[in-house]
Design a protein around this ligand. Structure first.
Ligand SMILES: [Cu+2]
Length: 278
């Protein structure tokens, strides 16, 4: 049997890019590219709008990093999604079987043996994209989980139990409280545990969500960046009243924080071994 594919003249490959774009196949490529570009623009606009619309207010550096990462990943994935949809559009529109009789399989198009330029472009572009996202993710992860050595962090002991949270400030005279009060612009180290079942300590506006496990101390850090009162929730189904396991976190100035500690019988900066449990 003769190999009719290899015998076929390869006129297409002798044309310049400009000439090839003017062939019927080239016109089609231009049309699909336009669809992909328009779809990319729409998806980027949608991503930016959706992240701004659906995410909570930013009350800490951690939440800022979370929302920046959401935005970067959404925008970076927009052209990939547009490419997949664009090829889907092309396939559905132009490779539909012309046969009304669906018992007959559609005729195959010419097989493509290789396309070095396309392969290299695909490998390089997707390699750069994934490397960028990996480096971005690792950089943000390191920045939001490393305690800065230049500042003195505030340690807050967080205890979950069915169905309330309690907070202890062992480095400030052992103050205990059912509400969380934090000074602005100071690194906070949460030491989280539970007295009964597994809970999850969640500060939606501060980008903190960490398991509270009985017998184990988990740690999470953040730096509040906005004055105000925000939510404290439990994010792990922990029993009958799980949905009521909530309180507030109030971010105040450093002076007001010291006054609050003093008003609750503590001394700012005075360490207490063991401390209270709220
Ligand atoms: Cu809980």
């Amino acid at each position: 049997m003769s190999n009719d594919i290899e015998d076929r003249p390869i006129d297409d490959q002798r044309l310049t890019i400009g000439e090839r774009l003017n062939t019927p196949a080239g016109q089609l490529v231009k049309k699909v590219t336009l669809v992909i570009v328009v779809m990319t623009v729409i998806l980027v606009i949608f991503s930016v709008w959706w992240v701004n619309e659906s995410m909570p207010v930013v009350a800490s550096d951690t939440e800022q990093a979370v929302q920046d990462t959401m935005m970067v990943f959404a925008v970076a994935s927009a052209p990939v999604m547009a490419l997949v949809w664009g090829i889907g559009y092309y396939s559905l529109r132009h490779w539909r079987s012309p046969n009304k009789d669906l018992s007959l399989p559609p005729e195959d198009g010419p097989p493509i043996r290789s396309n070095a330029r396309l392969t290299m472009t695909w490998v390089i572009v997707s390699g750069i994209l994934t490397a960028f996202l990996l480096v971005w993710g690792l950089t943000e992860l390191t920045a939001t989980t490393t305690i800065p050595t230049t500042s003195s962090p505030l340690v807050v002991k967080v205890t979950g139990q069915q169905w309330l949270w309690s907070f202890a400030y062992d480095n400030d005279g052992g103050v205990g409280s059912p509400d969380l009060v934090l000074p602005i612009d100071r690194t906070i180290v949460f030491q989280v545990t539970s007295t009964d079942v597994i809970h999850s300590f969640w500060l939606p506006e501060m980008g903190v969500k960490v398991d509270a496990n009985p017998g184990v101390m988990t740690t999470s850090i953040t730096t509040p960046s906005k004055l105000g009162t925000f939510n404290v929730r439990c994010a792990e189904l922990c029993g009958l009243n799980h949905s009521f396991m909530e309180t507030t976190v109030t971010v105040v100035s450093a002076d007001d924080f010291n006054k609050w500690i003093t008003a609750h019988g503590g001394t700012p900066g005075q360490k207490v071994a063991g401390g209270t449990n709220g």
